[in-house]
Design a protein around this ligand. Sequence first.
Ligand code: SF4
Length: 303
Amino acid sequence: MEQPIIKVDHVTTKGVMTKSNTPLGGYSVNPYVGCPHACKYCYASFMKRFTGHTEDWGTFMDVKDWPVIANPKKYAGQKIIIGTVTDGYNPLEERYRKTRQLLTELKDSGADILICTKSDLVLRDMDLLMEINRKNRLTVSWSVNTLDEEFKNDMDAAVSIERRLAAMKQVYDAGIRTVCFISPVFPGLTDIEAIFHRAKDQCDLIWLENLNLRGGFKADIMKYIAEKHPELFPLYEMIYNKKNRSYFRMLEQKAEEMARVNNCQFVDNETPYERVPQGHPTIVDYFYHEEVRGTGNSGKRNK
Ligand code: SF4
């Protein structure tokens, strides 16, 4: 996908920290509104409704200006997720440096910080990440749902999968906890086993999440499948129109078996902090996570 032309604005906000309403609690922090990565399946495109944007998702970005976080220690021990409805390391971060500013403000907070990205621009901030990692819990997660660059290019305008994996390795080798977030899992297209084997020696966690087609992008994805992978169209119809989940149940069993064979923990609804022996990442089953609210964060199988 070509990088779209981005209309940039600045917005002043009362604060940058937003209480999260996910089961994990904590805070969601997004230094920008909008995301130039323009993923075709981006659930965050609902943000348009809340921010008055009518442009296509991926073609606008508001750069947030916020008052300096006055008392970062207030977040000690709390979970802070950076990049829930934007990618803090989108290409415009190179110029505006808002994610770097945010991390600088939080570096002595003692918070449990998770950065979610599809970029390798995070490597620019290795000095800061190392400093944060000495004083706080820090995790960096890359979304990788394919090893096929052509499919990736059909779906997003972020950097190549190889660049993401190379960045993951560098951060992992620097002693920082990393996640390979296999999401969204596209039925018939995402090969979770191949991605697991490619990433297992450079990540502590593998997260698995199904493709969810509840958003306004459902029609675009169904059209894409019909045109590019017509052989898979009946499967998508079964899952997304007839609500038959047997495909993901089968994949869940496959993932559990993969964990057993490779001597990895297999848990759901959990983000255990500990780093794990190299080559044995904890596999976290977030399939249909949105429906298992309230099951607790036990680190065990809830089923
Ligand atoms: S990187 Fe994340 S926030 Fe950005 S467009 Fe893709 S899915 Fe949406």
